[in-house]
Write a protein that binds this ligand. Structure first.
Ligand code: PMP
Length: 421
């Protein structure tokens, strides 16, 4: 059954027949959103995991304003500009060693598409016939066709299955099963001679905030290196402090061949993404033979205003207090999660850096579990923005969140679960 729409807008990941009314928001500041009716809402999921230092951070807002008056947009083929140069240089200072070149795009999914094209372009240009991609079970890398192809198959993409390309899948390294993942990866690398392995380091986000140890990440990287398989780290969600370090790969001492960053790259203010790669990949495309060009672009590649926001974000990351703030959020999250430690309504309480997650015992687990939307609606009445992934509730706040805010968020979880069960 459909209901009368009140707006022509078709919203993302929204079932309009069940949720016809959208909540109008007029302002954001720090960890809060302000609704048109005056309510103040705590943004406990950082507006889809993008807002890091807080909404409308003054340094980022100021950088956007100044750039908007100077240069708004520029064709990035054959041209460059100072904000993009600053972002590229700044990224190379902060990212794992070995990453040497920066390709701009505008979303997490496009940064993944670029990564896959870089990997295949590399092998084509060096004359080695490798085209297969290895992925991890339960992964999510975005909603474009290539990104969906390397992500988990399921309700999100069943209709588009005929368009998706075939990949090799290693099982998720659940506790006690880590060796099976490593063995499967080694076997696939030996048997299929893949081009690349793409993985979300330490935490699988949309797959249910599934956490695995740094030692497994390190070992998966070692196996890829041994078989000449390019290692692609999708840090779209895990980057920018979420896992406790600036990038998740740092915790495993892993230097990926290709890395994808988006979401928090601008502090969450504007859409911008980058795909970084090692020198060999760039070098394989660099030739007087024009057929070896890296054929990828989009109109807004490295938009100057978005780059100015990213540059301001990188400047914030050079301040030591940002890392101290993250450690504080991680500690506060651990303390808050502890209230549910012996609570039988929940299982699998987990935390990685500033991210916490817990599963609700549900009759029908998975993304379509009915409890998800019911909880979400209840949280809204309590002025907390949480959006469970099916029966998994998670908290991923901006880093300016206070301990008091977190207490409110966890009290809302407690109450909402009682209400819904
Ligand atoms: N990769 C990962 C790991 C993600 O979590 C996401 C988004 N949730 C994406 C890629 C896609 O990013 P975007 O929504 O910006 O396209």
């Amino acid at each position: 059954m459909t209901r009368q729409a009140t707006s022509p807008i078709w919203h993302p990941f929204t079932q309009h027949a069940l949720q016809p009314e959208m909540l109008p928001i007029v302002r954001g500041e720090g960890a809060y959103l302000y609704a048109a009716d005056g309510r103040r809402i705590i943004d406990a999921i950082a507006s889809w995991w993008v807002v890091t230092h807080g909404h409308c951070h003054p340094a980022i807002v100021q950088a956007i304003q100044a750039q908007a008056e100077r240069l708004d947009q520029l064709i990035f083929a054959g041209h460059t500009h100072e904000p993009a140069e600053q972002v590229a240089a700044g990224l190379l200072e902060l990212t794992p060693p070995g990453l040497a070149h920066v390709f701009f795009s505008d979303s997490g999914a496009t940064s993944v598409e670029v990564a896959l094209k870089m990997a295949l372009g590399y092998f084509k240009n060096i004359g080695e016939p490798r085209t297969r991609i290895v992925v991890m079970q339960h992964s999510y890398h975005g909603d474009t066709i290539g990104a969906m192809s390397v992500g988990a198959r399921g309700v999100f993409n069943a209709a588009y299955e005929p368009l998706l390309f075939d990949v090799s899948v290693v099982p998720f390294p659940a506790e006690g099963q880590e060796q099976a993942t490593l063995d499967a990866l080694a076997e696939i690398c030996r048997r299929d001679r893949p081009a690349a392995f793409i993985v979300e380091p330490l935490v699988l986000g949309a797959g249910g905030m599934l956490i695995y140890p740094a030692a497994v990440l390190r070992e998966m990287h070692r196996i890829c290196q041994a078989f000449g398989v390019l290692f692609i780290a999708d840090e779209v969600m895990t980057g920018w402090g979420r896992t406790g370090t600036l990038f998740a790969c740092e915790q495993a001492d892993v230097a990926p061949d290709i890395a994808c960053y988006a979401k928090g790259l601008t502090g969450g203010a504007l859409p911008l993404a980058v795909t970084l790669c090692n020198h060999a990949i760039f070098e394989a495309h660099c030739s007087i033979d024009r057929t070896r060009t890296f054929f990828h672009s989009s109109s807004y590649t490295a938009n100057p205003i978005a780059c100015a926001a990213a540059s301001a974000n990188l400047a914030l990351w050079r301040r030591p207090e940002v890392r101290a703030q993250i450690a504080g959020v991680a500690d506060a999250q651990e303390r808050c999660l502890a209230r549910f430690r012996y609570d039988e309504r929940f299982s699998d309480l987990r935390r990685c850096g500033t991210i916490t997650a817990l599963d609700l015992h549900a009759d029908e687990p998975g993304y379509l579990a009915d409890v998800g939307p019911k909880l979400q609606a209840f949280f809204r009445t309590g002025n907390v923005l949480l959006r469970p992934l099916g029966h998994t509730i998670y908290v991923m706040p901006p880093y300016c969140v206070t301990s008091d805010d977190l207490d409110v968020i966890y009290a809302a979880i407690d109450e909402a679960v009682d209400h819904v069960l």
